[in-house]
Design a protein around this ligand. Structure first.
Ligand code: FAQ
Length: 316
């Protein structure tokens, strides 16, 4: 539907008032094109992260050390698939289908989180991902439950509940290793050493380099800046690391009484940008496996389309 300029002004005023009053914007409401595009960008990136994020942990399903650990890990990886599907559905309510988003991912035209371009070298990495990566995800995503766009906000409620279980299982796994043999403790420490800095990068570039934050916060898509959330995460992790009996690999980490926060060392933003440019340790492997999985699933899409066509005829 096209609108005249004065009509658009009225619609924009209604939209601005709804955002200001913390009301939810719903799919049929008028919204600025740039608001829609920003949401599709963020939700697509988020959905792709969940789907690509299945790979590093799935790497360990066949090598889990017990039936209990294997059942937990399989449930977690399946949860990530479910999160991806809720998020693709949320993007669909904005008029962008899952096929289009997946095509863009496979063509390298849409992003997924930098964190999933690092390898899972030992079983302890499953614990470090749960504790740190899911922990960072929760810190970032709990405020998204209050996102101004209704379908995204509602999807986040369930996702956050499941991420809390994921974080907890990672913590418990690392605690078991940390209190185990000397070799197990060393394996847990090595995993934390490798995952700590990439986890801090998950929150995105520093505020003064974040292209989208100011507008996304004005629209109440994002509720906090990248640096605010990163600081919150560091403050949460320091006492948890102490309880785990593990150290965080940052000599500059110390409590700052005046700020009421932990100070931490400089993040290697060159590494972050290299990973975003496709030059991380596992970028090629991750996107290659995703494309192969998509091609191998072609018969499922064809069968579903044939079933839908037949069903449509039968009920016509
Ligand atoms: N990786 O202007 P900003 C999970 C890009 S959790 C890659 O600050 P924005 C759960 C950004 O897209 C992980 N790219 O951007 C799980 C932009 O590029 P563009 C997923 C990044 O959007 C756990 C440019 O840099 N969570 O999957 C990253 O305002 C365990 C400038 O950045 C979400 O996606 C990065 N780390 O803020 C699954 C949460 N950071 O698009 C399996 C929702 C930034 O202009 C196992 N997303 N970029 O080309 C968000 O909250 C936001 O999108 C941010 C970035 C905070 C990630």
């Amino acid at each position: 539907m096209t609108t005249t300029a004065p009509e658009t002004e009225v619609l924009a005023a209604v939209f601005d008032a709804a955002v200001a009053a913390d009301e939810r914007i719903e799919p049929r409401d008028w919204m600025p094109d740039a608001y829609r595009a920003t949401l599709v960008r963020q939700i697509a990136q988020h959905a792709h992260s969940e789907i690509i994020g299945m790979q590093p942990e799935a790497n360990w399903i066949t090598r889990a050390p017990s039936l209990r650990r294997k059942a937990i890990l399989m449930a977690k990886v399946q949860d990530e698939a479910g999160h991806g599907l809720y998020l693709y559905s949320a993007a669909e309510t904005l008029g962008t289908g899952r096929d289009e988003l997946l095509d863009k991912l496979h063509a390298g035209r849409q992003r997924y989180s930098s964190i999933f371009n690092y390898p899972t070298l030992t079983w302890a990495d499953v614990g470090a991902i749960g504790w740190l990566v899911d922990g960072a995800a929760i810190t970032n995503q709990v405020p998204l439950c209050r996102c101004s766009y209704g379908p995204y906000a509602r999807a986040m409620v369930r996702i956050c509940k499941e991420e809390s279980f994921h974080q907890r299982q990672g913590y418990e796994l690392l605690l078991t290793l940390s209190r185990g043999t000397e070799a197990q403790h060393a394996m847990a420490q090595d995993a934390v050493d490798r995952w700590w800095w990439p986890s801090l990068m998950m929150f995105g570039p520093p505020d003064d380099e974040s292209a989208h934050s100011a507008q996304s916060m004005a629209w109440k898509i994002k509720r906090h800046s990248n640096d605010e959330l990163r600081q919150r995460f560091v403050d949460i992790c320091v006492p948890q690391a102490e309880s785990l009996g593990l150290t965080l690999p940052d000599p500059d980490l110390r409590w700052n009484e005046a700020r009421g926060h932990y100070d931490f060392g400089a993040i290697d933003w060159d590494e972050f940008h290299e990973v975003l440019r496709g030059n991380g340790p596992c970028n090629d492997q991750r996107i290659g496996q995703r494309r192969t999985a998509h091609e191998n699933g072609a018969w499922v899409r064809e069968a579903a389309a044939a079933h839908a066509a037949k069903h449509g005829k039968a009920t016509a």
